[in-house]
Design a protein around this ligand. Structure first.
Ligand code: AMP
Ligand code: ZN
Length: 113
């Protein structure tokens, strides 16, 4: 198993996990781009949005709900935050395990691309 995020799920490499339930885990990004930069992932290894089956679609909703709850806990819902899912080479996906970035704690660039 050489997927970095699967290894985090399995506890094989250290990470600052700040949330977990039966389906979803969240941890701090190792190379934060903002004061709050969290990564929210499904426990299950789904490589990208392309492999998400119709039956797995509710996972995305769970990830968004977890992200908002964590944003509240981080104290950034008043000022606002951004959720990002990168896909493919040009979209900037590097880790091939579906994940959502939660960024906040500073005024983010208005430029998205
Ligand atoms: P992406 O470019 O969307 O694939 O984002 C992958 C993110 O995972 C990057 O922001 C990395 O900094 C982050 N990352 C990679 N390895 C780790 C790790 N071991 N622990 C926490 N975050 C990581
Ligand atoms: Zn994985």
């Amino acid at each position: 198993m050489d997927c970095i995020f699967c290894q985090i799920v399995a506890g094989k490499i250290p990470s600052e996990i700040i949330y977990q339930d039966e389906e979803v885990i969240a941890f701090r990004d190792i190379n934060p781009q903002a004061p709050t930069h969290l990564i929210i992932i499904p426990r299950k290894h789904i490589p990208s949005l392309a492999e998400l089956s119709p039956a797995e679609l509710p996972l995305i909703g769970r990830m968004v709900a977890v992200a908002h709850k964590l944003a509240r806990e981080e104290g950034i819902t008043e000022t606002g935050y951004r959720l990002v899912v990168n896909y493919g080479e040009w979209g900037g996906q590097i880790v091939p395990h579906l994940h959502m970035h939660l960024l906040g704690g500073k005024r983010l660039s208005a430029k998205l691309g």
